[in-house]
Design a binder for this molecule. Structure first.
Ligand SMILES: Nc1ncnc2c1ncn2[C@@H]1O[C@H](COP(=O)(O)OP(=O)(O)OP(=O)(O)O)[C@@H](O)[C@H]1O
Ligand SMILES: [Mg+2]
Length: 255
């Protein structure tokens, strides 16, 4: 069982798109997968067709100890389940920060369901400190999606240092599983230059798979579907299936 946080403090880099479609691709490869929507924007929840406002209970109630994790989980399909988010998780995050050993709360509460899954993927918010810290503390691995541009590279170095600092402070044992280059537009010269820079800096830590720009990936959320239901023959589906195979290989190697 592996817990993987998909995290980057920069917004709009493809964290949610990656969490949802990697979760679905891992399921297609015969794994039991739980997606934890750990972002008050509830984008992954919406992406999979659940209206956050219709929820009686969500990750927020599980984090505050009012429900168990198993009580809030909903099935998307047989082997793909979601712990959905509600916008009140933003207030919940403040309550979590006031708890003793606040960074351990998610890890501790997930123990309830860990035995039921092969992979637990956590969709992190951009820069909500208590939540991201909890996600990384709970994780075995971190995947960091980045866009192929110069500013993304700047933030990436800092983010990696933050994870290292948490490891040194014994707040997590998580490793950087890989940097994932997303929204790759092969028609743009600047994209190729930025990808070269990212690969030079992070070397083997960059996934071989790159996620190409694909309008189907952008359309799928408004239909409440992951890419394998929305358009399994799209480039987006091919990229995320290739990523799943790479993730499975890396996780097997590390065991
Ligand atoms: N490969 C892709 N091709 C085309 N559009 C994409 C691709 N990946 C992501 N997008 C689009 O880019 C936007 C941002 O993606 P996403 O919501 O996954 O980023 P995020 O990092 O989760 O954002 P936030 O920080 O707000 O949580 C969305 O509109 C999404 O549909
Ligand atoms: Mg998101």
């Amino acid at each position: 069982m592996r817990v993987i946080a998909i995290s980057n403090q920069k917004g709009g880099v493809g964290k949610t798109t990656t969490t949802v479609n990697l979760a679905a691709a891992l399921e297609k490869n015969c794994n039991r997968v739980l997606l934890v929507d750990f972002d008050p924007q509830a984008n992954a929840t919406l992406h999979l067709g659940i209206q956050p406002n219709s929820l009686e209970s969500s990750v927020n109630e599980a984090m505050l100890g009012r429900r168990t994790f198993s009580a809030i989980i909903q099935p998307i399909s047989e082997k793909l389940h979601i712990a959905p988010a509600h916008p009140r998780l933003a207030q919940g995050a403040q309550a979590i920060s006031a708890m003793p050993e606040s960074h351990t709360q998610l890890s501790y509460r997930l123990d309830d369901v860990k035995g039921n899954y092969d992979y637990i993927l956590i969709d992190c918010p951009p820069s909500v400190y208590a939540l991201s810290e909890n996600a990384i503390a709970a994780a075995d691995d971190v995947i960091v999606p980045v866009n192929a541009d110069y500013l993304s590279l700047e933030g990436l170095g800092r983010f990696r240092a933050d994870i290292d600092a948490m490891r040194q402070a014994k707040k997590t044992h998580a490793k950087l599983l890989g940097v994932l280059i997303t929204v790759v537009d092969q028609r743009k010269g600047i994209t190729a230059q930025s990808i070269d820079l990212i690969r030079q800096h992070f070397k083997k830590l960059v996934f071989k798979t790159e996620i190409r720009i694909n309008v189907k990936l952008e359309e799928a959320p408004s239909f409440g579907q992951h890419i394998f239901d929305y358009d399994p023959s799209s480039i987006g589906a091919t990229c995320y299936n290739q990523l799943a195979k790479e993730v499975i290989r890396l996780c097997q190697k590390a065991n």
